[in-house]
Design a binder for this molecule. Structure first.
Ligand code: AKG
Ligand code: FE2
Length: 376
């Protein structure tokens, strides 16, 4: 892993397109998300850890301020590199990107997803985003998947490696906090991290996203969904991400519904995925979210986002863990992570979409996501 000198430490994201980004509108109603200090988490600060657990039990989202820890600063710098990589990659000719399409390379969800290749609603309306999923196992060279990547990506494997190394260090610390919630105990501190290897037997990956500007009031860019895996670290420069805030979590005087999440410089957004809902038998939440148009003047700009997805190894069953009890006769009811991900991915494809697929592709059935689905 490389390092950065203190005077080049970033405090935001600095890719070419981000330099001229207009401000997020000041008067827009937003979701209230806790800001967590990474430095305090590393120091074992009990109040900060309690804030993380509270966020995970209610909305399932929190921000982590990465500016004050050395690891956090390195993670921000590595994220900057990823934004530059995203811009260069998505600028490649369509045929170069389509040669990497995951649909062409069999039994992998990794590679390129073209504009409109997924649906955003029950009617089968096409999405407005491009994505690259770059497998952690492919980056490590740890038994390659069948995925194919263009040379812009292949030439940046060292930067990708640095980004996932830091992603793993940062997220493993949070897995430890949630191990305690599951009752796994301090002696099992490696248990959850080991379920998330950087190999091609795992769903963990780096995701680059691009949403081109589109007419106001057009359909959403990225469908309402809960994340399928364990913990997502999301880096955003422009607004557009919205989460569904249910009745029981709105601030006094506010209404339940879709709320923008304001991107904050130097902070990453963390959210829990379906695996944590299953392992905790619903105690930890995976909240439904979507990408709408960036608000105000930001809507005219292309929106790039970046995520490090911590996902379980393929053969890990999504069933209650630790002190969460599994009924003796229930073993066959629980899918492995791979089965869970394939079901969700296949039902959302626009090329083969048919009535009933939207319902087939849904994730965790928490009270929150049920409410959100009714309002979509
Ligand atoms: O681009 C974003 O802000 C969110 C992306 C997202 O939710 C996802 O890729 O799962
Ligand atoms: Fe997501």
């Amino acid at each position: 892993m490389g390092s950065i000198s203190p005077d080049s430490a970033p405090n935001g994201f600095n890719s070419p397109s981000s330099r001229e980004r207009p401000a997020f509108p000041a008067d827009l109603p937003v979701a209230h998300i806790s800001n967590i200090s990474h430095k305090k988490i590393l120091e074992g600060d009990i109040d900060e850890i309690s804030k993380v657990i509270k966020s995970a039990r209610d909305i399932g989202f929190f921000r982590v301020d990465l500016r004050e820890s050395e690891i956090g600063q390195r993670f921000l710098a590595a994220a900057d590199n990823m934004f530059a990589l995203a811009e260069e990659t998505f600028d490649l000719p369509a045929e170069t990107k389509l040669a990497d399409s995951f649909l062409k390379h069999g039994d992998t969800l990794l590679g390129y997803k073209g504009l409109g290749a997924s649906v955003v609603d029950k009617e089968g309306t096409r999405d407005n985003n491009e994505q690259y999923w770059i497998g952690c196992g492919d980056i490590e060279g740890n038994g390659r998947s069948r995925a194919v990547y263009n040379d812009v990506i292949n030439n940046k494997m060292a930067q990708l490696q640095e980004f996932i190394d830091l992603g793993k260090i940062v997220t493993d610390r949070f897995l430890l906090i949630f191990s305690a919630v599951l009752g796994l105990g301090p002696e099992s501190k490696d248990f959850l991290p080991k379920l998330h290897s950087h190999s091609n037997n795992s769903g963990s990956h780096v995701r680059l996203l691009k949403c081109p500007p589109k007419p106001e009031n057009a359909h959403v860019n990225l469908q309402p969904h809960t994340d399928w895996g364990t913990l997502t670290v999301l880096f955003n420069m422009l607004g557009g991400l919205q989460i569904f805030v249910p009745e029981n979590l709105v601030a006094p005087g506010e209404e339940a519904g879709w709320k923008y999440v304001k991107p904050e410089p130097g902070m990453a957004l963390f959210n829990l995925g379906d695996a944590f809902v299953k392992w905790s038998d619903g105690e930890l939440k995976s909240t439904i979210h979507r990408v709408s148009n960036p608000p105000g003047d930001q809507a005219k700009h292309t929106r790039y986002s970046l995520a490090y997805f911590t996902r379980p190894n393929h053969n890990v069953p999504l069933k209650p863990l630790g002190r969460k009890v599994v009924p003796a006769d229930a073993a066959t009811l629980y899918p492995t992570f791979k089965e869970w991900a394939l079901r969700r991915a296949m039902a959302g494809r626009s090329d083969s979409f048919k009535e009933g697929d939207w319902e087939k592709g849904q994730g965790t059935e928490t009270v929150m996501s049920a409410q959100a689905r009714a309002a979509v």
